[in-house]
Design a protein around this ligand. Sequence first.
Ligand code: UD1
Length: 429
Amino acid sequence: MDRIRIVGGQPLHGTIPISGAKNATLPLMIASLLTEEELILDNVPRLADVALLQRILGNHGVDIMTNGKRPGDSAYQGQTLKISAAHIIDTTAPYELVSKMRASFWVIAPLVARMGEARVSMPGGCAIGTRPVDLLIMALEQLGATIEIDGGYVVAKAKDGLRGGEVVFPKVTVGGTHTALMAAALANGTSVIENAAREPEIRDVADCLNKMGARISGAGTSRIIIEGVPRLKGARHSVLPDRIETGTYAMAVAMTGGDVTLQGARPDLLQAALDTLGEAGAKVSTTNAGIRIARNGAGLMPVQVTTEPFPGFPTDLQAQLMALMTRARGTSRITETIFENRFMHVQELARLGARIALDGQNATIEGVDVLKGAPVMATDLRASVSLVIAALAAEGETMVNRVYHLDRGFERLEDKLSACGADITRIAG
Ligand code: UD1
């Protein structure tokens, strides 16, 4: 298993290109199941989760061609996927595949919408507390599917097709909203989703579905209206930039000091996090190239943050912010409201000398003057990158073990950081 070795203390200077968003790419690839025609996706990041979803879709009979590099492409240019679900040969998504990545459960919506049935294993994914699928099932039922649970599988059926309906989510769910959106796109009649997730990735998927011939309005707001159509066609769509990758590197720069342009980043996708960074003492500005983030020698100020659905501060940046606040001048408080048990990074940060107290969903972080390198273990995707951020500012060497978690969501992380002056190397093993 690969490890990453970091020697802290170097400020970051230069440019970091931001990749396409993982959390848009996955549902966009899944949306290809809705049509017999070809869906072309540009700016797709090279990530382990994308490769895994390629395998999962392949199991359903989906054909995916990946364009190689063309002359003049930069090292970080996203890939182009040409996806064809002309012939779906299997409507079952098995446990061995779905258990590796929670989002693959979402295939249930396009499969039942187009094929009239789907049999999908209950998901696995990040070890961050209970992550049920009850609301996704509720959405499918509201749109006319019958659901049975059989041997760990969710079996959805709609022999005569789905029908338009009203889906009112009792809590905001990104996966639930993607599910309802894809199912309603091919349902007979009009559907309304109330209390829909407003995450930018929902809007990106809706934009792509509209290019495919869907009739969706209101995506990006909490009320989405979908007029179902009998069939969808092929389209070409470019994935929006990754706001979590953007926020992660912005926090790395705030941590180490320096001056970095996050190329291709869009401030409107993470305003809450940029505001927090500003409060903490980083200088954030927008340029034609993207977002510029800088911090000179001044100390970091503590902050009080609560994670919320978009447009609030994202749970996917909570661990990274906590790493940053370990070096603030004073006491910070972070409240996690989206997931239970999303504080697994706390113990590992403590190994570097962080002082963090947990009380239920609240973390209190006492800033310290010095962090010291140590061996640490990556536990999940976002937690592992928080260890990288802490290590970049720690004295001496940190070895991050189990970095396959990082490879699920960050493209060439060590290359992007070392190009800006960080002392970071991957050790194959
Ligand atoms: C997506 C993101 C993930 C992000 C999360 C919240 C992708 C691939 N993943 O995950 O990175 O951290 O949104 O922004 O886009 N819930 C239920 N019942 C359900 C579904 C969800 O109770 O049926 C709960 C969850 O346990 C959680 C909350 O709703 O407490 C939000 O989860 P959700 O928005 O669905 O997260 P994901 O779509 O899994």
